[in-house]
Design a protein around this ligand. Structure first.
Ligand SMILES: [Cu+2]
Length: 363
């Protein structure tokens, strides 16, 4: 009867252990292992071909961004998308290395601002033959006839504003058409949240030889992208660069159309008080459970207001989980998370369990 013997020994061991037991005064239970925060989920759209054959994928991408094209200079909208094809840029700002970084939020209001580690931005009507005659046959256009490229760099950042304003915006997705991607990985779009945390990286599909077009883009579940960083090929264009398809060593790539979600404002942060022994919403006073609703990508901050040791412990089922805090006991301690994936996120305190509960609803 092995199980019985086992149980007897166990009972004796517990009894022996408890006989000299004294309640610890300062030792707290170790925090449970933190579950991984839910990844921001997204859908990738990509295709390779000529200006006719890639069009269907762009139509699909537009649908995922939200159908309606909001016209240049129209006020911020609640949904839909914006597009930039460069072709309407005035002649005075074309074929120069000084294209204004704020043109598409000031001159033509579409909520996009650019920056580059290089020395400028260029809208080119010559397929970049004006920069380097050797490139005359290198790049095709998707929408004739202007193309885009930073000057002195292969990288450009796009940050977003509510169209025509200085208010930071977040987009649901972003995609771009690239000309002449020869090498997989030479051309990428990286997506960052409002804190600069990388949410996703997509690689433009490549071809070998023929001067084709590539499209790649990602659409998220909600507007959570504050910045994209585009790496367009291996190197900046120079007067002497030669593409890998023409005997050079570097994959030279330029950009045509940009498509992105309508920039939306970041949802307000919410605050929860951590008391002894309760969680209380600062928004609506609800308590045990404290119940708060946030927009995807917004931040929840818990602030300790009293004595006692408490923690924030996510108690949901993946993917409705977030990273736990450690146990803290000083008044004024804070803990924050951003949650990107819509859903309902329950939590309690690792010290007090079901006596302290809360819930975050992410829309
Ligand atoms: Cu507690």
């Amino acid at each position: 009867m092995k199980p019985t013997i086992y149980a007897t020994f166990l009972a004796l061991a517990i009894a022996a252990g408890c006989s000299g037991y004294k309640a610890p005064t300062a030792v707290l239970p170790p925090p449970p292992p933190a579950p991984p925060p839910p990844p921001a989920t997204f859908t990738v759209f990509e295709t390779l071909g000529d200006s006719v054959s890639i069009a269907d994928k762009l139509t699909e991408f537009r649908g995922a961004l939200g159908g309606v094209l909001n016209a240049p200079n129209s006020p911020p909208a609640e949904s839909g998308r914006r597009e930039i094809n460069w072709d309407g840029v005035p002649a005075a700002l074309t074929d120069v290395d000084t294209f204004p970084a704020n043109f598409f939020n000031v001159n033509s209001k579409r909520g996009a601002l650019y920056s580059t580690p290089g020395t400028g931005l260029r809208i080119d009507s010559t397929d970049f033959a004006a920069v380097n005659p050797g490139l005359a046959a290198q790049f095709r256009t998707f929408s004739a006839k202007k193309l885009f490229m930073p000057v002195g760099s292969n990288q450009v950042n796009v940050i977003f504003r509510l169209a025509g304003t200085d208010t930071p915006g977040l987009v649901k997705g972003f995609g771009a058409v690239f000309a002449d991607v020869d090498r997989l990985g030479s051309t990428t779009i990286e997506y960052f949240d409002v804190d600069g945390v990388l949410l996703a990286t997509v690689k433009a599909p490549n071809h070998a030889g023929a001067q084709q077009l590539s499209f790649t883009g990602a659409v998220f579940e909600a507007p959570i992208v504050a910045r994209v960083r585009i790496t367009s090929g291996d190197a900046a264009l120079t007067a002497t660069s030669t593409d890998v398809s023409a005997g050079g060593t570097q994959d030279l790539v330029v950009m045509d159309d940009f498509l992105y979600g309508e920039p939306r404002p970041l949802g307000p942060d919410v605050h929860v008080t951590v008391g002894n022994i309760f969680f209380r919403s600062a928004q609506n006073g609800s308590q045990n459970p404290a119940v708060d609703t946030i927009a995807a990508g917004a931040r929840v901050t818990w602030t300790w207001n009293a004595a006692g040791s408490h923690s924030i412990q996510s108690t949901g089922i993946p993917p409705e989980v977030f990273r736990n805090s450690v146990v803290m006991s000083d008044a004024g301690s804070t803990y924050s998370v951003r949650i990107f994936h819509p859903g309902t996120y329950t939590y309690d305190c690792a010290v007090h369990g079901a006596a302290m509960t809360g819930r975050i609803v992410v829309k």
